[in-house]
Design a protein around this ligand. Structure first.
Ligand code: SF4
Ligand code: SF4
Ligand code: SF4
Length: 316
């Protein structure tokens, strides 16, 4: 059992017993391997189902929106950054949260593992610090975790929680230099026609299931623009223009807010890399506003700040 699983269970049990929190939000083992699921528990004895390993890629902040109880919650780097975003956007109060911080070493890309075993049916996964073993009916293979990280985790520079009430382990060292945006740079270098062709191809398989929207903690509007009918902002079909409108608008709604947690890509049933949209906006937020989402409770996000004397000419 992962060391953090034990600690999470222990602390969740204590916090619930002492009534310091009304519920704990964490992960439970999924019904299929490599897909742990978010879980909300209210009874101390249920703490036994809490679980932590390198398959906790869904973002728990989805379950914080508009809650009024006192909440215990697990936070690695990206989860904690979305907590900051939720607090800044008045979706939850800092004092409602008791944050159990986890230094993160990255999540495993389940699709890359499936490819590596030739899409054979994986029935069991076991993990040690650096490696993991997958087993099926008639095969067993061992891989190095570092070589199978989710794309966002491979370029993550905030593995440790930025806010927490207690840490459940020693902070991990953050990587010194990571070229997070090399993929965006190569798209920026394309001609407008090539860019259009690139993004059209990228979303060509989209079935408009909205799993990416549902998994994203930023998408909490009571009625999403795609579901509005009066006025209808965008068609409901999988016509390429409607689909592109959905993706472009969704990305812009995440501008200056996306923490690159990767939950959207993780859940897409057809494997679309829609982070190519949000990463460009993250890059621009950094370049033009020196802003990375969810790092500070003290600063307002760039898109809800306006100063008539702003030193950036392009704003005035
Ligand atoms: S983005 Fe960073 S903090 Fe989030 S799961 Fe990946 S490595 Fe961990
Ligand atoms: S857009 Fe994707 S990567 Fe960004 S916060 Fe939402 S789920 Fe995470
Ligand atoms: S999860 Fe994938 S298929 Fe579903 S709407 Fe999002 S991009 Fe399209």
């Amino acid at each position: 059992m992962h060391l953090y699983t034990e600690r999470i269970r222990e602390r969740a049990k204590e916090l619930l017993k002492a009534r310091k929190v009304d519920l704990v939000i964490g992960y439970a083992k999924g019904s299929v391997p490599m897909m742990n699921q978010p879980v909300l528990i209210r009874e101390p004895e249920k703490a036994e189902i809490l679980h932590w390993d390198s398959h906790c890629g869904l973002n728990l902040c989805n379950y914080l929106t508009k809650r009024t109880e006192k909440i215990g919650i697990i936070a690695n780097g990206c989860n904690s950054r979305n907590m900051v975003t939720h607090i800044l956007e008045n979706q939850v109060k800092r004092e409602q949260l008791y944050i159990l911080g986890i230094p993160c070493t990255g999540m495993i890309d389940h699709r890359a593992v499936a490819r590596a075993v030739g899409q054979r049916n994986i029935l069991h996964v076991e993990e040690s610090e650096e490696e993991f073993t997958v087993r099926g009916k008639d095969f067993e293979e061992r891989f190095r975790k570092k070589e199978f990280l989710q794309r966002n985790c491979a370029v993550c520079t905030h593995h440790n929680p930025v806010i927490y009430d207690e840490m459940l382990g020693e902070a991990v060292e953050e990587p010194a230099v990571v070229n997070t945006y090399s993929d965006v740079e190569s798209i920026e270098a394309m001609s407008p026609e090539k860019k259009w062709a690139f993004f059209s191809q990228l979303i060509s398989k989209c079935i408009r299931c909205y799993a990416c929207r549902s998994a994203c903690p930023l998408c909490y509007c009571p009625t999403c623009f795609v579901d509005e009918s009066r006025p209808q902002w965008v068609g409901k079909s999988s016509d390429p223009t409607d689909t592109m409108t959905f993706h472009l608008l969704r990305a812009y709604h995440c501008a200056g807010r996306c923490t690159d947690c990767g939950a959207c890509e993780r859940v897409c049933p057809v494997g679309i890399s829609m982070r190519q949209f949000t990463k460009k906006l993250n890059k621009d937020a950094k370049k033009y506003f020196s802003w990375e989402a969810g790092l500070s409770l003290q600063e307002r996000p760039p898109l809800d700040t306006y100063r008539p004397d702003d030193y950036n000419e392009f704003i005035r």
